[in-house]
Design a protein around this ligand. Sequence first.
Ligand SMILES: NCc1[nH]cc(CCC(=O)O)c1CC(=O)O
Length: 346
Amino acid sequence: MTGTFTIGTRGSRLARTQTTTVAEALAGLSGLDAELEIIRTEGDVTTGSLASLGGTGIFASALRAAVLDARVDLAVHSLKDLPSVQPKGLVIASIPKRVDVRDALCARDGLRLSELPQGAKVGTGSPRRVAQLKAVRPDLDVVDIRGNVQTRLARVPGLEQHDDHAPAAAGSPRGDLDAVILACAGLDRIGFDWAITERLAPTVMMPAPGQGALAVECRPETAVTGTGSTHPVAQALAGYDDAVTRLQVTAERALLERLEAGCAAPIGALARVEKDPARLVMDAVVAATDGSRLLREHASVDLPAVRVRREDGSADSETLGLARQLGIDVAEAMLAGGADLLPAPQ
Ligand SMILES: NCc1[nH]cc(CCC(=O)O)c1CC(=O)O
């Protein structure tokens, strides 16, 4: 047995920050040393519009290959970038406690969404965000943007970073938009919360399934817990898992999986756990990309006394089954309501 585990990460500042957080936590819990390995992914080198790349999982595939090839023991992903179907040979061993799930408006002059002038230019590359923006503010001129956080923020006057270690991409336009939309989670994690002028309520901007959560992925044998041949980091992975977050994202990803099979329109979903009575509550939205129609659904399921964790610390599979079924039920209600007929992104 070695005293080190290796952990793969994408090279962006956000990815490295997320992975460092996970590496430090797992090192602390296991008493082992963590070694980071940066892996370039197709999503980092492609410059076309994110929407036009089509397939899900472009950010995850190279990282996953490194885990499957045993070049690294673990990979850290933003959960919302993972396709909803789990590939063979990989397990999500740990879903750490989720941070702010909301989307962020980053506007010039401290403006909030309702204060943006008529016809203001707002940048986002996400069909989910385009549709919901158009639904509340049909007048806005929504512009497709790409690039890392610094490159996106540099499109807004006053939000350029003067940080030589994290420059905006050369050749990208600067200061040409009134605002951009990004995930709060990413901005908070890299210390860019100063750029946020409004944290958008989920009722206005339903986040992506899994937004704000991370997934630590590994080969099945790395995650094996209990007696017998246990990988030295396995117990730490189980201990770092947050049962409530796992419950939420299980429902959100089940909805995504069911809807992806039946419609191509943008999807937002958010589940939350309530106590007294213990319930899992879910809201979801499926949108026509032009914002002309938004289909909303809301449902909940009673939980057996918030039994989200078994005594050995692992997530309770019966409760996870309820979460999964809630996601599927909400998806099917949306399909019955015509989600499959909504215009999808071009
Ligand atoms: N699609 C890119 C991506 N994947 C995860 C995050 C942010 C962190 C998170 O939501 O967990 C982002 C950037 C963004 O959407 O602004």
